[in-house]
Ligand binder design. Structure first.
Ligand SMILES: [Zn+2]
Length: 75
């Protein structure tokens, strides 16, 4: 039996994932940490927080699934 009220049945990150929290949209100007490309305003991404310095965490974003290929046309 699943948890009551669950609308999304995605497996939780855990194995092989390092703290990716949830799916969201990145603020303008953010870059994907996996491919280094700029994230489009309406690209869904996963958000995570990482400790860049002791006591200070920053939010990072990564494309969901496969990153867009780098041959994408830049108009
Ligand atoms: Zn990416």
């Amino acid at each position: 039996m699943g948890a009551p009220g669950t609308t999304t049945s995605r497996p939780r990150p855990g194995n092989g994932e390092d703290g990716w929290e949830y799916v969201t949209y990145a603020p303008s100007g953010e870059q994907c940490t996996a491919c280094g490309s700029g994230i489009e305003p309406f690209d869904p991404v996963r958000r995570a927080t990482v400790a860049r310095e002791p006591g200070r965490t920053v939010a990072v974003y990564r494309h969901i699934g496969a990153c867009p290929s780098t041959h994408a046309a830049t108009a």
